[in-house]
Every structure is written in structure tokens, then in C-alpha cells.
Ligand binder design. Structure first.
Ligand code: HEM
Ligand SMILES: [Cu+2]
Length: 529
């Protein structure tokens, strides 16, 4: 570790910067380089997954089959879901963690820098393999991102085996990343940085890392059982051999539900940094925020079967999962209350990070409400596998996870690049995303309530109008993301110089170092009072 935690004395003013060329990126152990690579990778995946969403929405623009074969449509929904979840959202948060956790706790780097390099470089390999299944005979996985058996075992395409291998690799990457986050936060905090002084982004990531370590092995387990069923003659999920397909759903969702919190808790943390900064007030209810995140994380382990009310569960089971799910609204309500109370009577200003953060609070709450509706077991029999579900989870994922990531990116871009981004363009990006996203996903609630099934390339005539509106919104949302690419490139290449602390209301150690953050920071730990 001495290569990273630089202990030699600095009398000779020996500051080594990054190595030159490609090897800098291939061999780097620097948390800032690795954070940057994660962020670029995740945005690339966001564009790829987004392109697939555009294919889906083009086909659904009108009833009837116009653009793609139904079989290819299924591959598009599956790959879109997998790429967005595992390729876009999760790596984006790991990228933010890499960049910001050491800066926020006053550490010189992540605790395990070589493993950090490895966690990142596994991902391009895993996703290259996953995407290559599109070109294999039999096509890519076509069974939905939830890959329910026996669709994914008995009836899966030959490429399923590559999909399984890719999932194993993503899991290894996530577990190593999580170990690194935990080791860093537990061991490398600056003197005086007690747990209850840690920024909320650090807290939410600490809890997220424990969730990852708890459930990624379960995901690895379920794909391994699939592998055994496909190639080694077992019958875990094959009723014909004495197995049970419902077992698949239990194991999958024991991973899957905590996974949705893995995709949202770091966004909670980021928003809890940004709202106080642009309200010029301290966060309301810091301690209750920490406990609420802890409570949400614990509850996330006992609600998984709310995804499976229709498989034929005993009524007692349905009631248990229904009430536990509803209980999550309590700590979530605490958080929403605290964000609003932070803004109350604050000196608010609405730069791009704040716009995304406020939209996060409002729209995520809409997603939370439709989640409560889905949690009502008897009602879920109506909504299950309809577009209502698609509307629900896109309200928590797009204005939740994705807006949380954009808010963070705008908030910290000055620290990363040393330049201010173009505020007018940032605001344009926000409003186009906001309008596009609502146009795309709000009508899906009505489509679902009216009975339109999900994962279907064609639909009955009465759904035509809302689908057209939805597709127009989706194209608008998609196109706007190219503007973000331009904004970031422009910001990297120049623009108004950013001060060490460009946001007057911001607090935290990351603002005590210059902008752009030097290659090595906090070689001597700061004192936290
Ligand atoms: C441009 C923005 C997006 C659009 C227009 C979009 C659109 C869609 C559509 C039309 C479907 C298929 C619904 C169906 O036929 O059942 C879908 C599925 C899905 N989307 Fe998105 N989406 C977007 C962004 C995202 C993001 C950011 C995420 C995750 C973070 C995400 C996660 C998913 C998942 C998990 C599925 C389910 C796939 C499956 O059914 O197996 N989407 N999306
Ligand atoms: Cu769930």
C-alpha cells in the first residue's frame, strides 16, 4: 500500500502526477482515475441501454408490428433492463463513491487500491461478453431482466451461459467494490471524523456496501443453479425433475429487492448533500436520516415476495409481505420530510444540481406512492405484469437513481474538472429531462390500469394514444442526454474557473482542497473538529 499512501517526507517537493498514456488508465490505483473510468463506463452503458429503450419505444409508437421482430423485441427489453441496472446505475454510484468518499472523509485514497483497479476492469469484459450475445446464434437473452426459470433454463437461448458468466463477473466486481468502500470508511477516516459526523453520502454508501455483500452472492447462487440445471442435469427449477420454478423467484427476489435499494440509497445520500448546500442551511434531522437509511436497508430483506403475490402464496404470507412493504413508507417518509424541512425557510437557489435534487424528491415520491399501491396484495393481482409496474419502477429509477446521479455530477463537476459547467445548458438538460421523463412514464400508469401487459411488442387499439405520447416523451428524454455529453466535454475543456468551494452553501472536506482536485489529496490527514 505504500505505493498509494505516500509516507516519504515532502521536503524535496516531490509530487508525482499521473503516468502518461494508456497505461495510466490500465494500471492506475488512483481513486480519482478509477472514479472517472467508472463514470465514463456507466454513461456509455446508459447511452447503449437508452438506445435499446428507443428501439422499444419506436416499436410501441403505434399498434401493430412495424420495426422489429417480436423475438428481437424481447431481447431489447431484457438487455435494456440488464444494462441499465448493472451497467449504468450501479457503476455510476461506484464511480461517485471512488471519487468522493476519500475526499469526504479526508483519506488519501481507497483502502484497497489494487483491488479497486481490478473491480473496474472486470466490468468492460463482463459487458462486452453480455452485449456480444446479441450476435450469437439464437440471439441474446430474451427472458426479461428478472430471467425467470424455466424461461431462462429449459427454454433459454444458447447464449444464456454467457449471460450467466457475465453476471458472475459483475457480482465479483460489485463485491470487491463494496469491500473496498467498507474498508475505506471504517479505517481511513481523518482524525475527528466520527461516524455521526460523516457526510450522508458516505453513510448511505456504507449501508449500500453491506447490502451488496449480503445479496450479490445470492444472485451468484441463483445463476449458478441455472447453470447446473442447463448443463449438469440438476432440476432446481424444473418441475419435471422434482424442482420448483417458484423457488427461482424466491431466490431471485431475495437478491432483487435489496438491489433496488442499492440503486437508490446512494442517491438519497447525494441529495442529502445537495439540498442543504442550495438551501444554505444544515440538513434537518441528520441522525434520523442515518437511522432511516438503516431501517430501510433492514426492511429490504423481508419484503421480497411482494414481487410474487400472484404465484399462489398462503394468505398469511401475502399479509406479511404486504405489511412489511408498507412499513418501508415510514422511514422513507422521514427522509422526504427532512428534505422538505431542510428547504423550509432556506435561502434557496436553483442551479442544476438543486433542480435535479428537488425533482428527485417530488418524482421519487410519486414512484413511492405507486409502490404502495402495488404493495396491496389484492390490488396487485390487477396491476401485476402490466405497464403500471413499468411506470412505477421507472419513476423510482429515472428521477430517482438517474436524477440523483445527474445532481451529483453537476454538483461535483467543478471539483473534478476545475471549471464551472454551462449553467444555461445544465438547466436546459434538466427541463428537457424532466418534461421528457414525465411524458414518457406518466401515461404508462393509465396504460397499466387499463390492462396493457408489459414485455409485449404489439397492443390493442385502445392503448394507441397514450403509447404515442409515451414514445414522444421517451425520444425527448433520450435526445437530451446527448446534450449532457456536450455539457461535460465543454466543462472539461474550459469555462469559468471553479473556486475551491464554488457553492457558497456547501460543506465538507471535499471543498477544502483546490479545484480541480489534485491527483493526490490528503496525504496528511486533515483535522476534523
Ligand atoms: C430513456 C429512458 C428510458 C426509457 C424510455 C425506458 C423505457 C422502457 C421500456 C419501454 C421498457 C419495456 C417495458 C416492457 O415492454 O415491459 C423498459 C423496461 C425496463 N427498464 Fe427502462 N427505460 C428508460 C430508462 C431506464 C433506466 C434508467 C432504468 C434503470 C435504471 C431502466 C430499467 C428498466 C428495467 C429494469 C426494465 C424491465 C426490463 C424487463 O422487463 O425485463 N429503464 N424500459
Ligand atoms: Cu421489491
Amino acid at each position: 500500500m505504500s505505493a498509494v499512501i505516500d509516507t516519504h517526507d515532502h521536503e524535496h517537493d516531490h509530487h508525482h502526477g499521473p503516468a502518461k498514456g494508456f497505461s495510466r488508465w490500465l494500471f492506475t490505483t488512483n481513486h480519482k482515475d478509477i472514479g472517472t473510468m467508472y463514470l465514463i463506463f456507466s454513461f456509455t452503458m446508459f447511452l447503449l441501454g437508452g438506445a435499446m429503450a428507443m428501439v422499444i419505444r419506436s416499436e410501441l409508437f403505434q399498434p401493430g408490428l412495424q420495426i422489429v421482430e417480436p423475438e428481437f423485441f424481447n431481447q431489447m427489453t431484457t438487455m435494456h433492463g440488464l444494462i441499465m441496472v448493472f451497467g449504468a446505475v450501479m457503476p455510476a454510484f461506484v464511480g461517485l463513491a471512488n471519487w468522493m468518499i476519500p475526499l469526504m472523509i479526508g483519506a488519501p485514497d481507497m483502502a484497497l487500491p489494487r483491488m479497486n483497479n481490478w473491480s473496474f476492469w472486470i466490468l468492460p469484459a463482463a459487458f462486452a461478453m453480455l452485449v456480444s450475445t446479441l450476435f450469437m446464434s439464437g440471439g441474446a437473452p430474451n427472458f426479461g431482466w428478472t430471467f425467470y426459470a424455466p424461461l431462462s433454463t429449459t427454454y433459454g437461448p444458447p447464449s444464456t451461459t454467457f449471460f450467466i458468466f457475465a453476471v458472475h463477473m459483475m457480482g465479483i466486481s460489485s463485491i470487491m467494490g463494496a469491500i473496498n468502500v467498507i474498508a475505506t470508511i471504517l479505517n481511513l477516516r481523518a482524525p475527528g471524523m466520527t461516524f455521526m459526523k460523516m457526510p450522508l453520502f458516505v453513510w448511505t454508501w456504507l449501508i449500500t456496501a453491506f447490502l451488496l455483500i449480503a445479496v450479490m452472492p445470492v444472485l451468484a447462487g441463483v445463476v449458478t443453479m441455472m447453470l447446473m440445471d442447463i448443463h449438469f442435469g440438476t432440476s432446481f427449477f424444473n418441475a419435471g425433475g422434482g424442482g420448483d420454478p417458484v423457488l427461482f423467484q424466491h431466490v431471485f427476489w431475495f437478491f432483487g429487492h435489496p438491489e433496488v435499494y442499492i440503486m437508490i440509497l446512494p442517491a438519497f445520500g447525494a441529495v442529502s448533500e445537495i439540498i442543504p448546500a442550495f438551501s444554505r442551511k444544515r440538513l434537518f434531522g441528520y441522525a434520523s436520516m442515518v437511522y432511516a437509511v438503516g431501517a430501510i436497508a433492514l426492511l429490504s430483506f423481508v419484503v421480497w415476495a411482494h414481487h410474487m403475490f400472484t404465484v399462489g402464496m398462503p394468505v398469511a404470507g401475502q399479509l406479511f409481505f404486504m405489511y412489511c412493504t408498507m412499513l418501508i413508507a415510514v422511514p422513507t417518509g422521514v427522509k422526504v420530510f427532512n428534505w422538505v424541512a431542510t428547504m423550509f425557510r432556506g435561502a434557496l437557489s436553483f442551479e442544476a444540481p438543486m433542480l435535479f435534487a428537488v425533482a428527485f424528491v417530488i418524482l421519487f415520491t410519486i414512484g413511492g406512492f405507486s409502490g404502495l399501491m402495488l404493495a396491496i396484495a389484492p390490488a396487485d393481482f390487477q396491476y401485476h405484469d402490466t405497464y403500471f409496474v413499468v411506470a412505477h419502477f421507472h419513476y423510482v429509477l429515472v428521477p430517482g437513481a438517474i436524477f440523483g446521479i445527474f445532481a451529483s455530477a453537476y454538483y461535483w463537476l467543478p471539483k473534478w474538472t476545475g471549471h464551472m459547467y454551462d449553467e444555461t445548458l445544465g438547466k436546459t438538460h434538466f427541463w428537457m429531462s424532466f418534461i421528457g421523463m414525465n411524458l414518457a412514464f406518466f401515461p404508462m400508469h393509465f396504460l397499466g390500469l387499463a390492462g396493457m401487459p408489459r414485455r409485449i411488442p404489439d397492443y390493442a387499439l385502445q392503448f394507441a394514444d397514450f403509447n404515442m405520447i409515451s414514445s414522444i416523451g421517451a425520444f425527448m428524454f433520450g435526445a437530451t442526454q446527448l446534450l449532457f455529453v456536450y455539457i461535460v466535454i465543454k466543462c472539461v475543456r474550459g469555462g469559468e474557473k471553479a473556486a475551491a468551494k464554488p457553492w457558497d452553501g456547501a460543506e465538507g472536506l471535499e471543498w477544502t482542497i483546490p479545484s480541480p482536485a489534485p491527483y493526490h489529496t490528503f496525504a496528511t490527514p486533515p483535522e476534523v473538529k
